[in-house]
Ligand binder design. Sequence first.
Ligand code: MLT
Length: 411
Amino acid sequence: MATINDNYLKLPGSYLFAEIARRVAAFRKAHPEADIIRLGIGDVTQPLPMACIEAMHKAVDEMAHAETFHGYGPEQGYTFLTDAIIEHNYTQRGIQIDSDEIFVSDGSKSDCGNIQEIFGTNNKVAITDPVYPVYLDTNVMAGRTGTLKADGHFEGVTYLPCDASNNFAPELPKEHVDMIYLCCPNNPTGTTLSRQELTKWVNYARENQSVILFDAAYAAYITEDDVPRSIYEIEGAKEVAIEFRSFSKTAGFTGTRCGYTIIPKNVKGKAADGTLVEFNKLWNRRHTTKFNGTAYIVQRGAAAIYTEEGQQQVKKTIAYYMENARIIREGLQAAGITAYGGINAPYIWLKTPNDMPSWDFFDKLLADVNIVGTPGAGFGPCGEGYFRLTSFGDRENTLRAVERIKNQLHF
Ligand code: MLT
C-alpha cells in the first residue's frame, strides 16, 4: 500500500483560515438573519486599479489573435514586468538587483511556502511567535520539525516570542539557527522592525551563515521613514536574505494572483560535500520544473501598477485601507481596548479585554456583534490573549463594525 507523508499528521486538523470559515459557516447556518461583518482573513475588498483593468483587457484582446497570442511565457516572468519591478522597487531606492535574481510567481504565499524545498531538511528553523502560519506549517510538512507539544510549540523549532513586552520585535536566538523567517510589516501584529532592528538580524545571519526569509508582502503600507521597504536597504543583506513581495495587498491581486521573490546570487548554502551553492540556481531549477509562469494577462495587469496612473490609483486604495486602520485603531482605543499596529500595516492587533482567550473572544465577537476577526492563538501560543482585525473591509462596514464594538460589546 502507498504510504503517506506522516509529517502532515503532526499538523492541527485545519489551516487557520479554513477553521475560521468553518465556524462562520456554522454560525450563519444557525443565525441566517445575522448581518456578519468580516474583518478576519486579510482579503481585499476594493477593485483592481483601473490601470490594471485596462492593461488586462488589452492583454485579453491580444490573446484573440495568432500574431499577438501568448502561450507559455518565461517561467521567471516577462521582462516588461521584472524590469518595472526592479526599476521601481529597487533601483530607485539605490538597490541593485539583476534581472536573473527575480522570479515572478502566482503569489508570495506559494513562494513563502515552497522556498523551504531548496533547503536541507536538517536546517534549524526560527520563526516569530505569533507568525503567519504558512512558514511553520510548510516546514512541518517537510519534516523539519518534531511533533506538536502540549505548549503549542513544535519540537525542534526555535520560537522568537513577540508581544507587547518587547514591542513585538523578536530578540536574537540564543542557539544557532539556519533559516529565519521575518515578516515586516508584520502579519499578524501589524508592527514593524526599525532599520536598527533589521540590521541586527542581517548581522546575525552573516555571522552565523544563516538565511533570512524576508516576507515584505505589506511593504506598500509603510508610512514611517525608519522602516525599511526592502531588507536590501540593510548593508550585507544581499548575502543572506531572500525577499518575498506580493501584488495581493499592494494592488488588490488576492484573487488574480501575482507575486515575486528576489534571490540575490550571493545568497549561498552548503552542499553535502561542502561546496557552496547559490540558492538562486536551486530556485530557478525548481521554478522551471514545477511552474509554467504567471498568466500573461495577469502580468500585464501587474506591470500597469508601475505606470503613473497605476501608481496614483494604488496609492489611493492603500490610503483608503489605512484610513480604515485608523478608524479601527482609534475606535478600539475609545472602547477601552488596547490596540497595536495599523500605522505601517493593514492589521490591528488588539489585546483581548480581561485577558480573554482569543478563540473565546472570536466566538463572543461573532455571537454578540456579528463581527469576524482572527484569534491571536491561531498564529501561535504567544498570540494568545490577542486578536487581529483587518482594515481591508469597505469603509461602511468598517465604520459599522467599530460602532458595534463601541456600543454593543459588553464584558
Ligand atoms: C491573512 O489573513 O493572514 C492573509 O490573507 C494571509 C495571506 O495573505 O495568505
